[in-house]
Ligand binder design. Structure first.
Ligand code: ADP
Ligand code: MG
Ligand code: MG
Length: 499
């Protein structure tokens, strides 16, 4: 059930003075008019606030900062002020969140669709092939997942020319920054409470963001459904993780609000310490695991040896609730995104025509590389396309002249390798001057933004327990950079200012 309370929660109470119409006539705020002294004051307050409230990441100059909590901390890279975002598109993005959640669930149940859609990719991409092998094994043994937990983030850019909200991708594994996202919104609200008058901004136009607790609540409910009071939540982590505080925020809410214990294990540790009992219970380090929350396992580098693959398979074979299951994981691939955008495909998974129309409205142009006409076009105008391999975590896409070069190379090398990629229409969001703060210093940059909407979904067999929009995250990057990953060092964390 998509509940009304979620919708209401999305709407910032608009109690500020001026009317929305008046606001939207002029630029929200002009960064040119602030002098350095004033901006430095804001930066100082933002740095203090971040340090006191845990809006932090590991500092890469400290060797131990990815391993030992509390050692080598740095404020998270942030936008100093929230980025203006039109309210109608914000509402549109919130509205489709539960529909996308439902779509992922439906697609995940169609094993044949997943295998068929990725069958050519399987030959060209060894990583996807390994994931598909695990998926096949589960299909062969008729393994079903009764309790299904999805913690997603659907990312969008607002295309300036067509004025449309277009989906960049749907993340179904390791959707990051639900822990820090809430804090960025709160930081911006706090700054606007102090400086709003001077800035001409009202803190209440930054929508409330409960991303941390909504994800934690969903995990807690999944834990309840699993129904073993002694079982723990296991976060699958990378051996070194400078974004650990984002994850610890989640665990902290689980412990303090829900009294649920979290353990953190790498895939290698799961291989060493893990086993599955005859009744399906996953035991790791002597503890039963109710929910497995993957914050690793989405990239080939997360599987340096067979041990990690064994661990992934072991988890999948168990009765623990997996966030995500192998089927949810594969449903989030770029290839499936592209298949879903083909005419008639959404209709196979969703019944409601209005819902289908709402999703389709967010789809950008997506093509496979076996379409000669689009290849020709992309070679002629590569700047209008992005070429994507089946990867996650940022830094993997191909842009500009490299698109042309790669397409020409693939044309020579023959068909097979084609299937490793999808082509996507390049989206061009509005460029504006913004203050980006990294390592204590602010820069005024030409920047563009990408809005991520979190979605939580939980069901047990036929019973949908949660299906809601669960907060948001804006990410802003200098417009000259193609990629957008915060952890990858391209972007900063941001929130939105409704206009
Ligand atoms: P990943 O799973 O690695 O995050 P994405 O599809 O999100 O892959 O691409 C990474 C980044 O590349 C995005 O955050 C965005 O900044 C940029 N990007 C991706 N697709 C497009 C597109 N169609 N138009 C413009 N920029 C894009
Ligand atoms: Mg992704
Ligand atoms: Mg992305």
């Amino acid at each position: 059930p998509r509940n009304l309370s979620t919708q209401l929660r999305n709407q910032a109470p608009l109690r500020c003075g001026r009317s929305l119409e008046m606001e939207s006539q002029k630029p929200m705020f002009d960064v040119e008019k602030f002098d350095d002294e004033f901006v430095q004051k804001l930066v100082y307050d933002a740095l203090v606030w971040s340090s006191l409230h845990g809006l932090v990441v590991g500092d890469k100059t400290y060797q131990k900062s990815g391993k030992v909590p509390g050692v080598g901390m740095m404020h998270a890279p942030i936008a100093l002020l929230p980025t203006p975002f039109p309210e109608i598109y914000w509402k549109q993005a919130c509205e489709v969140a539960p529909i996308f959640n439902e779509l992922v669930d439906r697609v995940s149940l169609d094993g044949k669709f997943i295998q068929d859609s990725l069958s050519r990719t399987k030959k060209a991409d060894i990583f996807t092939s390994r994931l598909l092998d695990i998926h096949s094994k589960m299909l062969e043994s008729n393994k079903t997942e009764d309790i299904r937990l999805g913690l997603h983030r659907s990312d969008y850019m607002l295309d300036e020319e067509t004025k449309s909200l277009l989906q960049i991708e749907m993340n179904t594994i390791s959707s990051s920054f639900s822990g820090l996202g809430r804090l960025v919104s709160e930081l911006h609200q706090s700054l606007l409470r102090s400086y709003g008058d001077h800035l001409g901004l009202c803190s209440e136009r930054v929508p409330r963001n409960a991303s941390t607790s909504q994800f934690a609540d969903a995990m807690a409910k999944a834990w309840l459904e699993y129904n073993n009071p002694r079982a723990v939540v296991m976060v699958v982590v990378q051996p070194e993780e400078r974004n650990m505080y984002d994850q610890h925020w989640q665990s902290s809410v689980l412990r303090e609000k829900h009294n649920i214990v979290t353990i953190r294990k790498t895939l290698a540790e799961v291989e060493n310490e893990g086993r599955v009992q005859e009744d399906g219970t996953l035991i790791v380090g002597g503890q039963a695991v109710a929910v497995v929350y993957f914050r690793s396992g989405y990239s080939p580098t997360d599987y340096p040896s067979e041990s990690e693959w064994n661990a992934r398979l072991l988890i999948e074979q168990s009765s623990a609730v997996k966030c995500p299951s192998i089927a949810y994981h594969l449903t989030g691939t770029k290839k499936i995104q592209q298949e879903l955008a083909k005419p008639g495909v959404l209709e196979r998974f969703l019944d409601n025509k209005e819902d289908i129309a709402k999703l389709r409205k967010c789809f950008a142009g997506l093509w496979s590389l076996d379409d000669p006409e689009i290849i020709k076009k992309a070679i002629e105008k590569p700047e209008l396309f992005v070429m994507k391999p089946q990867r996650e975590g940022g830094g993997n896409n191909i842009y500009g002249d490299d698109v042309k070069e790669n397409l020409l190379r693939l044309q020579k090398e023959g068909e097979e390798e084609n299937a490793a990629y999808t082509l996507m229409q390049r989206i061009f969001p509005k460029v504006s001057n913004m203050f980006l703060v990294r390592e204590g210093v602010y820069h005024k940059d030409q920047a563009i933004s990408e809005l991520g909407i979190y979605g939580a979904y939980l069901r047990n067999k036929e019973r949908v327990i949660i299906n809601e929009q669960s907060g948001y995250l804006m990410r802003t990057k200098v417009s000259s950079s193609n990629e957008g990953g915060v952890a990858a060092g391209f972007a900063v964390l941001d929130s939105i200012y409704l206009n």
